[in-house]
Write a protein that binds this ligand. Structure first.
Ligand SMILES: Cc1cc2nc3c(=O)[nH]c(=O)nc-3n(C[C@H](O)[C@H](O)[C@H](O)COP(=O)(O)OP(=O)(O)OC[C@H]3O[C@@H](n4cnc5c(N)ncnc54)[C@H](O)[C@@H]3O)c2cc1C
Length: 291
């Protein structure tokens, strides 16, 4: 364990174009947004890089825009801005719920949503809500832009689909009215803690049946995951506590937790089932259905 930050060349970009020029001309670099993950990672030598490109002052990547049929969030938007945003509370409340449970007020005022995703921790708390919201990520480089569904972004712990000279530009969330969604997080404390497991669910209901179900979990696999088997089991079924309880057990097919300092694999498995059931019940409550 080392705590002195190693020497590196520091570059600060004021615009997206400046940042893209820098990352296309430098080798051996990391970009710095809020720095709440990166600075620690540099200190403990998880990464050793010659160059750091500070993108934190690029104002054009700090926004929450409501386009009617979708919401766009700039990669450098602070977590606290998301928690406070009337647009997010109205159009994607499950994301606001998740962000409110992250870190502390001080960290949330520095940390960005883009940093949470690009850091690619299996415990990233913005991932499960964005998975169930079917978000896509817009990635940008000097060569142009491309969109990647969030479910294809995470490749492993600290590994993403970002190419070496690409930046995350924005997160796009399609607006889906008439659905209920919720986020439940279990940590070792009630607050200011990383997830032992967190679950987001989203439901659409038609005549007392599940018309659509989405379930996503973090901290129980090398990347955040969708629990497809449990989702498929519920689609088209009657809404009942028994159906929900049986489907929740199927999340075990899509997770592969490990034991670590926060919890054992067995406990994570048990809690994944419990939280999935409870989150589905809460999501139904949000469309006015009590089971
Ligand atoms: C005390 C504490 C508590 C925490 N609690 C939580 C918690 O409860 N839940 C949780 O999920 N996380 C938590 N975190 C982790 C961290 O705060 C979040 O992951 C945060 O959102 C990271 O954002 P950042 O802007 O600080 O990223 P940075 O540290 O600046 O960057 C993180 C990584 O992403 C890359 N990156 C950043 N932005 C971009 C971009 N636009 N394009 C390409 N690459 C980019 C960087 O190069 C780096 O590799 C906590 C951290 C601390 C220190």
């Amino acid at each position: 364990m080392f705590y002195r930050i190693p020497k590196f060349n520091y570059y600060r970009a004021s615009t997206l174009n400046e940042a893209l020029d820098l990352v296309s001309s430098l080798n051996d670099f990391k970009v710095l947004a809020g720095g709440t993950d990166l600075v620690i990672d540099l200190k403990v030598r998880r990464y050793t890089v010659k160059n750091v490109v500070d993108i934190s002052r690029i104002k054009e990547l700090d926004y929450i825009a409501d386009d009617g049929d979708r919401v766009r969030i700039g990669a450098l938007t602070k977590l606290q801005s998301i928690a406070d945003s009337p647009i997010i509370r109205e159009k994607a409340p499950v994301l606001a719920d998740a962000v409110r449970e992250m870190a502390s007020w001080q960290i949330r005022n520095v940390a960005t949503i883009g940093g949470n995703l690009c850091n690619a921790s299996p415990a990233a708390d913005t991932a499960p809500p964005l998975y169930v919201l079917n978000a896509t990520l817009r990635l940008v480089s000097k060569e142009g832009e491309r969109e990647v569904p969030i479910t294809e972004f995470f490749l492993g712990p600290r590994k993403t689909a970002l190419r070496s000279r690409e930046l995350l530009k924005e997160i796009v969330i399609p607006h889906e009215p008439d659905c209920g969604a919720s986020f439940l997080k279990l940590g070792r404390r009630n607050s200011f803690t990383l997830s032992v497991v967190a679950v987001a669910t989203l439901v659409k209901v038609d005549k007392n049946k599940f018309a659509d179900v989405r379930i996503a979990l973090n901290s129980v696999a090398p990347t955040p995951v969708r629990a497809r088997k449990a989702e498929e089991c519920l689609k088209g079924k009657e809404i009942s506590l028994n159906n929900i309880t049986e489907a929740a057990k199927l999340v075990l097919h899509d997770i592969s937790p490990i034991s670590d300092v926060r919890a054992s694999a067995e406990y994570r498995k048990d809690m994944s089932v419990v939280l999935t059931r409870d989150s589905l019940i809460k999501s139904l409550e949000r469309v006015g259905i009590k089971v």
